[in-house]
Design a protein around this ligand. Structure first.
Ligand code: UD1
Ligand code: CA
Length: 459
């Protein structure tokens, strides 16, 4: 098999997105468009992948890291000019080069393989990935001659009315004989409506030279969407969401309503987990088996064990064990580590805290900067007072302690093992293990006070 290379074009600003964020960095299901393309390309066996960067070059490089090489296109003079920026790696090399756009996030490795296969079968010097679509607006059109051979590609802005009616489009993905590609790129000019060096013009040049130019029309036209604006972005998101959700369902995850379940491309979900509508799983989320997530929950960059339930709640950048019950209406904030068999009930917020197995905060608590041991009960309304307006302090509650309702634990403070804190206490000093602390004013009761007050008024 000939050497295979890939060039991914990602230097454009993406003016039509009307965004401060460079186009190829816009996320689709939580992953940037160009990363989607790179991930699929990485599934092919290639000698080298070169991404052409320009606008936002540093940010694109930061996103993609060292999995690819980079060519810098300082001025965006068009797609042919962009490919030329890979010449330091590819010029003169024997082999096949697949060229892709960083704004076609849905294209799969299988389709790329099918294109490469067709290119090799046809012994072509260039093969275009085309698709038939009902509304071809915005895409380059494939112009074929009377015998069905591809003659050239015409851009929308340069197309005649008759050409605009063509529904076979250039998907922006191609295979080339590498050596010939870099020779021909020199001959592309910018005499067109946009004053750009168009990569599609290579096709006409090769055709005129009598070289074999082939086209592979994919039946999976939805894969080929080029995202130039926000409307296309939402369409791509919808298709990608469907693809991701279907894969989870095939792997044994129940989605009650997939159309209202938003799972990031990087999520891993165990078998027999049920996800209810209105649930968002953002970024790298790992969820175990037999969990129930949602409805209306958000889990971001977190790891959830098995048999855990999260209802109407938010969990960010945290680790949650097995058999945990969260919600409804709880908030687990970053750097929290919850053990197994824990209960976090309604209106409880946990921040940067650890909780040992079997502990509970069932109602209306704030647990911040705390180390809570095992089998601790934090009563309704118990609060860690962790902040003095300047610094944050640690609260420790050791195994088996029972903190009554409406208790303030003024940090830094430690509640010892099996200690008991009476309801309504404001704890400022450490509580030794096994002790009972009561820190509240004694109740005074004035008998018949109300009627005496009434008598005074009437006299
Ligand atoms: C391009 C094709 C069009 C095809 C469509 C498929 C050209 C001239 N037109 O049009 O035939 O139907 O893709 O989606 O190629 N880029 C650079 N440097 C540049 C210009 C563009 O790196 O100087 C990159 C962009 O970042 C983008 C890709 O190339 O990822 C395509 O550019 P874009 O401007 O989106 O081209 P389209 O108008 O969509
Ligand atoms: Ca595009």
């Amino acid at each position: 098999m000939a050497n295979r290379y890939a060039v991914i074009l990602a230097a454009g600003q993406g003016t039509r997105m009307k965004s401060k964020l460079y186009k190829v960095l816009h996320p689709v299901c939580g992953k940037s468009m160009v990363q989607h393309v790179v991930d699929q390309v990485n599934e092919l066996e290639l000698e080298k992948i070169i991404t052409i960067v320009g606008h936002g070059a540093e940010m694109v490089k930061e996103t993609l890291g060292e999995s690819v090489s980079y060519g810098l296109q300082e001025e965006q003079l068009g797609t042919a000019h962009a490919v030329m920026q890979a010449s330091e790696y590819l010029d003169g090399k024997e082999g096949v080069t697949i060229v892709l756009c960083g704004d076609t996030p849905l294209i799969t490795a299988e389709t790329m393989e099918a294109l490469l296969h067709c290119h090799e079968e046809e012994k072509a010097k260039a093969t275009i990935l085309t698709a038939h679509i009902e509304n071809p607006t915005g895409y380059g059109r494939i112009i074929r001659n009377a015998s069905g051979q591809v003659e050239r590609i015409v851009e929308e802005k340069d197309a005649s009315l008759e050409e605009k009616a063509v529904k076979e489009i250039n998907t922006g993905t191609y295979c080339f004989d590498n050596k010939i590609l870099f020779e021909v790129l020199q001959q592309v000019n910018n005499n067109n409506a946009q004053g750009e060096y168009y990569l599609p013009d290579v096709i006409e040049i090769l055709q005129k030279q009598g070289k074999v130019v082939a086209a592979y029309q994919t039946p999976l036209f939805e894969e080929t969407i080029g995202v130039n604006d926000r409307a296309a972005l939402s369409k791509a998101e919808e298709i990608m969401r469907k693809r991701i959700n279907e894969e989870h369902m095939r792997n044994g995850v129940t989605l009650i309503d997939p159309s209202q379940t938003y799972i990031s491309a990087d999520a891993v979900i165990g078998q027999d987990t049920v996800i209810y509508p209105g649930t968002f799983l953002h970024g790298e989320v790992i969820i175990g088996e037999e969990c129930e997530i949602g409805p209306h929950s958000e889990v971001k960059e977190s790891r959830i064990g098995n048999n855990t339930t999260i209802k109407q709640s938010v969990v960010h950048e945290s680790k949650v064990g097995d058999g945990v019950n969260i919600g409804p209406f709880a908030h687990i904030r970053p750097q929290s580590i919850l053990g197994d068999d824990i209960k976090i009930g309604n209106f409880v917020e946990v921040k940067k805290s650890t909780m040992g197995n079997g502990s509970k905060a069932s109602h209306l608590s704030y647990v911040g900067d705390a180390e809570i041991g095992e089998n601790v009960n934090l009563g309704c309304g118990s609060i860690t007072v962790n902040y003095d307006g300047k610094n944050k302090y640690l609260t420790k509650v050791e195994d088996g302690a029972f903190v009554g309702c409406n208790v303030n634990l003024i940090a830094p403070v430690t509640v010892g093992k099996d200690a008991f804190i009476a309801a309504g206490s404001t704890i400022t000093d450490n509580v030794p293990s096994d002790a009972l602390s009561i820190a509240r004013a004694r109740q005074t009761t004035k008998e018949k006070y109300v009627s005496k007050l009434q008598d005074k008024k009437n006299s």
